[in-house]
Write a protein that binds this ligand. Structure first.
Ligand code: A2P
Length: 277
């Protein structure tokens, strides 16, 4: 199956390295370590999610590992992402610690959380983490076009994912196009605008037209573009609701209305502000 293609069941996308990333994942940014995180992960897996996204910076990898084990879903069936915290020095040493906290032998995807200190310095360590079998795929997060191009100019093993803030309100069209051209799958974090977009009149109107919820419309907008998406919730019923996005489609008119919500001017940047400076 070719790069960027979606698998027959419509639920996963083929990455440039041949691995498959489920289009829907559970994100656990801002979920405190402990029962809240353990339950969210366990519920998601019980409800059919097969993709969990965490990071060293979130401080909840141990709980993610516990939720994974408690779910009873075999490790090999779950796509697990963690992210290198770029205030640290060594991606290999840090992923070894992640694996210990998670209680797994490898992660499916290991990404540089943001381009602190420049877009290229950490990449050899990321490549090494892959070579050592600690990560099946490697990628980046919060890289704009300029940073992506600099990285791809020096990489031996290309990045296969760029995870960025992305939704109809943050429709970074120029960044999406550059990723597509480079064979990098753009992955959407904060697809609900951390909850802010759920009250949108436009999204609500489209949701009513389909007998769906605003969250489902915002997530479907990504899925229709084959963009992996990782909504966060710690409520079982919302985790379930967010998974019901493979049994309806948005019309061209819906998509046009949603596209028009963009407030970034179709930017090629990943971020409006660099928080680590
Ligand atoms: P909670 O975790 O309390 O359920 P994003 O994925 O864009 O970061 O958005 C996450 C925010 O949206 C969280 O505050 C989460 O709240 C809320 N949320 C997630 N799914 C839903 C849903 N289906 N309905 C309403 N709010 C939701």
């Amino acid at each position: 199956m070719s790069t960027g293609a979606v698998t027959e069941d419509g639920r996963a996308r083929v990455l440039a390295d041949g691995k498959r990333i489920p289009l829907l994942g559970l994100g656990v940014w801002q979920v405190p370590s402990g029962p809240e995180c353990v339950n969210a992960v366990r519920w998601a897996l019980e409800l059919g999610y097969r993709h969990i996204d965490t990071a060293q910076a979130y401080g909840n990898e141990e709980s993610v590992g516990q939720g994974l084990r408690e779910s009873g879903v075999p490790r090999g069936e779950v796509f697990l992402t963690t992210k290198f915290y770029p205030a640290r020095k060594d991606p290999v040493a840090e992923v070894e610690r992640s694996l210990q906290r998670l209680g797994v032998d490898y992660v499916d995807l290991y990404i540089i959380h943001w381009p602190q200190g420049g877009p290229t310095w950490a990449w050899p360590g990321m490549e090494r983490a892959r070579e050592l079998g600690y990560a099946r795929s490697i990628g980046i997060s919060n890289f704009g076009v300029a940073e992506l191009e600099r990285l791809l100019g020096t990489a031996t093993v290309p990045a296969v994912v760029n995870q960025v803030q992305f939704s109809s309100y943050e429709y970074r069209k120029a960044l999406l196009r550059a990723c597509q051209r480079a064979g990098v799958a753009l992955e959407a974090y904060s697809p609900l605008g951390t909850g802010r977009h759920l009250g949108s009149e436009t999204v609500g109107r489209i949701a009513r037209r389909h007998g769906r919820t605003p969250a489902q419309v915002l997530l479907r907008w990504c899925i229709e573009r084959h963009i992996p998406v990782i909504p966060k919730s710690t409520h079982r019923e919302r985790i379930a609701e967010n998974a019901q996005v493979f049994d309806f489609t948005l019309s061209d008119r819906d998509l046009e209305e949603l596209d028009a919500l963009d407030r970034t001017g179709g930017t090629d940047r990943a971020l409006e502000r660099k928080w680590w400076r």
